[in-house]
Design a protein around this ligand. Structure first.
Ligand SMILES: [Zn+2]
Length: 276
């Protein structure tokens, strides 16, 4: 599933094409993609003929800010990716949402499993939507260690599960939560409230360095190649994953075997030797 680094990589590639462009055409192949839009016809009506002023991101959501205070939200779901191509380019299978720009380029959301969605919200609708419950963005707004320690205080849930909770910090998913905990040398199974302040400091640093490296390498393209950059390249962070997908392989830090275990229905990878 695309996480913060994949969505941020997508955003950086799209911004030069989208910002300043006017929307001149909308095609939605599967009505399901509009399930978060109260009135599905609002999507095309609110986007058409509107100029895109800014392209932001909060957690795993891409937010295009349009004229008239309209916010076009895109979520990539489990297997979505975006490409930006000339309008005349061949249409790929599973191209569920296509937004044509006056520049001759098209935004296309490719999503085989259709767990992703798009919506065009007014300011009020955005405030009433699930996006309003997101915690601070893990890249641009990560709380200081003292604040993070307060957020974890008294929590008995495993720290891995707390990192996946988008209401605490938005943007981390299964891959980068495991990677950040490895860098912090903290076991994913530890109760969040049991971390020492030093460990919280290391965890914060682990999140920062993991996200920074992942974005620098264009994110992670797993074997299914569900996620690709908008220009079709694969994300190169895959080769740099320290624990995710490496069960049974050697820890690059201590040489022990990487473990994998299901934790609340999510596969969790860590080094039992150097993550205490
Ligand atoms: Zn190790």
């Amino acid at each position: 599933m695309p996480e913060l680094p994949e969505v941020e990589t997508t955003r950086r590639h799209l911004a030069p094409y989208l910002v300043g462009a006017r929307i001149v055409g909308i095609t939605v192949a599967r009505p399901r993609m509009l399930r978060r839009q109260e009135q599905p016809t609002d999507f095309a009506r609110r986007l058409l003929d509107h100029k895109i002023e800014q392209l932001d991101r909060h957690g795993k959501y891409l937010l295009a800010r349009l004229e008239d205070d309209i916010v076009w939200v895109t979520h990539l779901g489990m297997s979505g990716r975006v490409e930006v191509v000339r309008a005349i380019a061949e249409h790929r299978a599973h191209s569920q949402v296509e937004v044509a720009l006056d520049s001759g380029y098209e935004f296309r959301l490719i999503d085989p499993r259709t767990f992703g969605f798009v919506a065009a919200y007014t300011r009020d609708e955005l405030e009433r939507s699930s996006l309003s419950r997101l915690g601070p963005d893990a890249l641009t707004d990560l709380p200081r260690s003292s604040r993070l320690a307060l957020l974890l205080e008294g929590r008995t849930a495993p720290i891995k599960a707390l990192l996946l909770d988008q209401a605490i910090v938005a943007g981390l998913g299964n891959i980068y939560a495991d990677e950040a905990l490895y860098r912090a040398r903290v076991s994913p199974l530890r109760p969040g409230g049991g971390l020492t302040f030093q460990e919280v400091v290391r965890l914060r640093r682990g999140i920062v360095t993991t996200l920074d490296a992942a974005i620098r390498h264009g994110g992670t393209s797993l074997d299914d190649l569900a996620y690709l950059l908008p220009d079709g390249r694969t994300g190169e962070f895959t080769a740099r994953l320290a624990v995710y997908g490496r069960e049974g392989e050697r820890c690059r830090r201590c040489g022990s075997e990487i473990s994998r275990q299901m934790l609340r229905q999510r596969s969790t990878h860590w080094c039992p030797q150097c993550q205490a």
